[in-house]
Design a protein. Structure first.
Length: 278
């Protein structure tokens, strides 16, 4: 998430709920590397080839919602339909008014995310949020740009890191859309991967996507309520970092929160795991 987007979203939260937010980092993990000389997953990403035009990544499903206060939540599911590994996939959400005029970004990168790695046949979520208080958003589209490709054999036995939704905490009673989503993450890879982000996709009771967001895994959050009382969310870091080998319970705190129509039990979580840069 860009710094501009964080500041813009936090500014909205202050206006709506009169809170001040600060995001804290994770404590360093001392578990070391979970790989050895026999691991066939490369330590760094292999050389990739940039495609001349978009292709091979399909938008399977998408959806959005806008709250009365103007917060727009956007989510999508994408699939790699090729036989190669996709890297650095740019995804941009486009907003439209009732006349199908595209609404511009208010800050650079506000509506854009990047998926770091997607294996052949793998599906993954993308999500973000924006603020359009003065303009009703009548439609949204998900656009995929040109990404890089590497052969499947170049990443060895690399497999997706799994994430199972556990529960959602609504940590601010006066503004129930603020959520802390817990999930169980499992990686069977022989090498620790780098965590780039975690995406949540929100669905309503009928299973329709009504939004999404992304943020760092396992972060802490401290803010003040309208009475000046400090509320701390997640005082301790998870036992190990997201995307490392093994199993852990961790969480992601949505910057823009969950839509009012979201059914917590249908929330989906997607860790963004990657090899170290080439």
């Amino acid at each position: 998430m860009s710094r501009n987007r964080v500041l813009a979203v936090l500014g909205v939260v202050v206006v709506l709920a009169a809170i001040v937010v600060s995001v804290g980092g994770k404590l360093p993990w001392t578990g070391g590397s979970a790989s050895d000389d026999s691991c066939d997953i490369p330590d760094r990403a292999p050389a990739s080839t940039l495609a001349s035009a978009p292709g091979g990544i399909e938008v399977v499903e998408q959806g959005f919602s806008q709250s009365p206060s103007g917060l727009v939540s956007l989510g999508a599911i994408l699939e790699n339909t090729s036989t190669e590994v996709a890297r650095r996939i740019p995804v941009r959400f486009r907003l439209f008014d009732a006349a199908h005029h595209e609404l511009p970004e208010l800050t650079t990168g506000e509506l854009s995310v990047e998926i770091p790695l997607l294996l052949p046949g793998q599906r993954i979520g993308a999500g973000t949020g924006a603020y359009r208080r003065e303009i009703p958003v009548a439609g949204a589209e998900t656009a995929v740009g040109s990404n890089a490709w590497v052969p499947r054999a170049a990443v060895g036995s690399l497999t997706p890191v799994g994430a199972s939704y556990l529960r959602t905490s609504h940590f601010y009673p006066d503004n129930p859309v603020n959520v802390d989503v817990h999930y169980r993450e499992v990686s069977t890879n022989c090498r620790n991967l780098d965590s780039r982000d975690t995406t949540v996709v929100f669905r309503d009771r009928a299973g329709r996507i009504v939004g999404g967001d992304h943020g760092p895994a396992g972060n802490t959050l401290t803010f003040q309520d309208t009475h000046g009382n400090a509320i701390v969310v997640e005082r301790q870091p998870p036992v190990s970092p997201s995307c490392s080998t093994g199993e852990r319970e961790t969480w992601v705190i949505s910057y823009v929160g969950a839509p009012a129509t979201a059914d917590d039990s249908r929330t989906e979580v997607y860790p963004y795991c990657d090899l170290r840069p080439e």
